[in-house]
Design a protein around this ligand. Structure first.
Ligand SMILES: NC(=O)c1ccc[n+]([C@@H]2O[C@H](COP(=O)([O-])OP(=O)(O)OC[C@H]3O[C@@H](n4cnc5c(N)ncnc54)[C@H](O)[C@@H]3O)[C@@H](O)[C@H]2O)c1
Length: 323
């Protein structure tokens, strides 16, 4: 039985807690949270050991595994220290905030003890679409597109100090909200050779970062992909994703996978948390602890490198080569 500590018990920490305790091979043993009220909330719910200091928590030899659920700018240092202390690490997206940090972490994590949280890969519709792509039964990919149109207004960004700033969030709609959609885009369509991106802040003047990102992706398979994400919409519909194959069209909409118009898979509703987070956390965390199946830094490198390339392209007004 692995003893787990959650670091950061804000919006997503409680989702990890429930998922950890739904496994057969791990249990929530501790929480590390700087905010006293949030720390207490976890203690009240799970009767766990409480820490407010990360280094002190790391020295607890009873802890086998730590879940990093803190703001983006803290991920790299926490992951680096936890790996050095011999812990298993489950790290929320985006794994790191910069390209340099990500390549350092790949070198540091020699034993591949870091499990990356890109939980949308565990949605039944995405698993089914992955199987379809890998089987080759619909032929080659001709083109693909993804759209994320969500609403994050000034009040969302005012909630937490780290949001909406380059130094602490590392970007806006791309690195935070739509990174999951970009992740399954690259997971399903394969390597991305290059990208040309544009970003803008249309509607949220209170923040420094982009509220909208659009990009044209040249895929290694020869096809072209289109990606559009915004936080400036007035609602939060499920993202849409489409792959046009030689022999059919697959569409992922409203949590359902349609192939040539027929529903072939459907995501289940989450027991806790927001609908668009899905039940992926529970599935990803159970697969990791109970079956040893997980996505390593290598498995998510294409996603992370595409995020960094999109920001570079948007800043330099040019094409960025990824591979
Ligand atoms: N996979 C998903 O679908 C998903 C969904 C939401 C958030 N996230 C990710 O989870 C992470 C956290 O997001 P959130 O929305 O829960 O943020 P949040 O601000 O609600 O929570 C972060 C928590 O970390 C705590 N914290 C800050 N510094 C700390 C420190 N040094 N030691 C211990 N605790 C500290 C804060 O007090 C806060 O409670 C981010 O990386 C975010 O992108 C992922």
């Amino acid at each position: 039985m692995k003893n787990v500590c959650i670091v950061g018990y804000g919006a997503i920490g409680p989702i990890h807690a429930a998922a950890i305790n739904s496994t057969d091979s791990a249990r929530l043993y501790a929480v590390c949270e700087t905010d006293a009220d949030k720390r207490q909330r976890c203690v009240d719910a799970y009767s766990v050991v409480a820490y407010s200091d990360f280094d002190e928590m790391l020295a607890d030899e009873k802890i086998d595994s730590i879940h990093i659920c803190t703001p983006h700018h803290l991920h790299f240092e926490m992951a680096k220290k936890a790996l050095a202390a011999g812990k298993i690490v489950v790290c929320e997206k985006p794994i790191t905030m910069t390209e340099g940090e990500f390549s350092s972490l790949i070198e540091i994590d020699v034993e591949r003890r870091l499990c990356a949280v890109f939980q949308n890969r565990c949605n039944p519709s995405i698993e089914e679409l992955k199987a379809i792509v890998d089987s080759g039964r619909l032929g080659k990919i001709k083109t693909a597109k993804a759209t994320v149109t969500w609403c994050r207004d000034a009040s969302y960004y005012a909630k937490d100090e780290w949001r909406g700033k380059w130094a602490t969030e590392g970007g806006g709609v791309l690195i935070n909200q739509s990174i999951h959609t970009l992740d399954y885009f690259s997971y399903l369509c394969g390597d991305i050779k290059s990208v040309r991106a544009q970003m803008i802040n249309f509607a949220i003047p209170e923040i420094e970062v982009e509220d909208t990102m659009s990009a044209c992706l040249q895929l290694d398979c020869g096809a072209r992909g289109i990606f559009f994400a915004t936080n400036a919409y007035g609602d939060n519909p499920a993202p849409t994703f489409e792959i046009v194959f030689e022999k059919g069209i697959a569409r992922y909409e409203q949590g359902k996978l349609f192939v040539n118009g027929e529903v072939v898979a459907e995501d289940s509703k989450p027991k806790t948390g927001k609908m668009y987070w899905g039940r992926g956390h529970e599935m990803l965390i159970r697969k990791f602890y109970d079956f040893g199946e997980y996505f390593t830094l290598d498995d998510v490198a294409m996603t992370m490198n595409t995020v960094f390339a999109m920001y570079k392209s948007a800043n330099n007004s040019g094409v960025e080569i990824i591979i």
